[in-house]
Design a protein around this ligand. Structure first.
Ligand code: MTE
Ligand code: MO
Length: 318
């Protein structure tokens, strides 16, 4: 059991930037200005037209999830990304705009009662969106704190009706080298693939994310649908999901395919287990000069440690 201790650098939740409050006000202002001028509302989706899910944002914040640090600046988070389909630098936001996110179909297959396809805009109306403030820790030892909007993956698992033989959920990104130039680089094991055990997939904290900062998620963050498991290193959180398969065997992930000795299946955050090439003891908090000590399970041990009881022989830590 982890005892919650408030260190000197921690901030009470009330000091975290209340992004959706700010956003509500901005939307209200934009809305009334539009009404006065008789003009259309500004659209979030830019060149691709109006986002058909705009009415769902901002979603109600789930007060159960609080932070120990301020929310990362939205612009900063939106311009420091990992999305290898669009390049290996952090400056992929502009290139990612090539990703066409409508129409977007998600295939549900494998060990389920009946495989099916569902349009993203249908799926999002079958679930209840909420906002959660989560810490987010990349294996590269930088971190952010992000207001994600989404729904628990377990709601989608329920819709999928997996058979008892399903032991893992495999999630894959789209495959379209014309849209995503990185996918022409044949030495990568495309499409980007990730996976969770059924116990992990149905855990309360495992979020299917559709929005960020109180708005539909932009392409660079993995529109229209991505995974977030905040107690694991960021590479688990596969972006732009187009296929979810229920399988009996542990799926081989993108990063395992690239360098299994450095990036494993479990990838749980542990400050005491170094990456072969660098320490994981601390993290650079983006947008600050702070290096904070990294926490076991990224600070979520109380919620998730039980998932790993009896699995101590596994390589649980990246
Ligand atoms: N499809 C896909 N998903 C991906 C990646 C990627 O390159 N392609 N990078 C991962 C890594 S390493 C991280 S740290 C996070 C970054 O998410 P962000 O850019 O929204 O902060 O996305 C993860 N999901
Ligand atoms: Mo990452």
């Amino acid at each position: 059991m982890l005892i919650k201790r408030r260190a000197g650098w921690e901030m009470p939740e009330s000091q975290a930037t209340p992004e959706s409050v700010f956003l509500n006000r901005r939307q209200w202002l934009a809305g009334s200005a539009g009404a006065i001028a008789g003009a259309a509302l500004p659209q979030a989706a830019g060149a691709q037209g109006a986002d058909p899910t705009l009415d769902l944002y901002p979603a109600k914040r789930n007060a159960a999830y609080t932070l120990d640090r301020p929310v990362t600046d939205e612009e900063l988070a939106a311009n420091y990304n990992n999305f290898y389909e669009f390049g290996t630098s952090k400056e992929v936001a502009a290139a990612s705009k090539r990703l066409v996110t409508r129409p977007w179909t998600i295939t549900i297959d494998g060990l389920v009662e009946k495989p099916f396809e569902i349009g993203f805009d249908d799926l999002i109306r079958k679930v209840t969106l909420e906002e959660r403030l989560y810490r987010f820790r990349c294996v590269e030892a930088w971190s952010m704190a992000v207001p994600w909007t989404g729904f628990p993956l377990k709601e989608l698992v329920a819709l999928a009706k997996p058979l008892s033989g399903a032991k893992y959920v495999q999630m894959q990104t789209f495959m379209n080298p014309k849209m995503a130039p990185g996918q022409s680089q044949r030495w990568y094991p495309w499409p980007y693939t990730e996976g969770l055990t059924m116990a992990e997939a149905t855990h309360d904290m495992t979020l299917m994310v559709t929005g960020i900062y109180g708005k539909p998620i932009p392409t660079q963050h993995g529109a229209p649908l991505r995974l977030i498991t905040p107690w694991k290193y960021g590479f688990k959180s596969v972006k732009s999901i187009s296929k979810i398969s229920f399988v009996a065997e542990r799926p081989k992930t993108f990063w395992e395919g690239l360098q299994a000795s450095e990036y494993g299946f479990w990838a749980n955050v542990n400050p005491e287990v170094s990456h072969p090439r660098w320490s994981q003891a601390s993290e650079q908090v983006l947008g600050t000069r702070d290096r904070k000590p990294t926490l076991l399970f990224n600070g979520y041990a109380e919620q998730v440690a039980d998932l790993y009881k009896g699995l101590e022989k596994e390589r649980l830590w990246a």
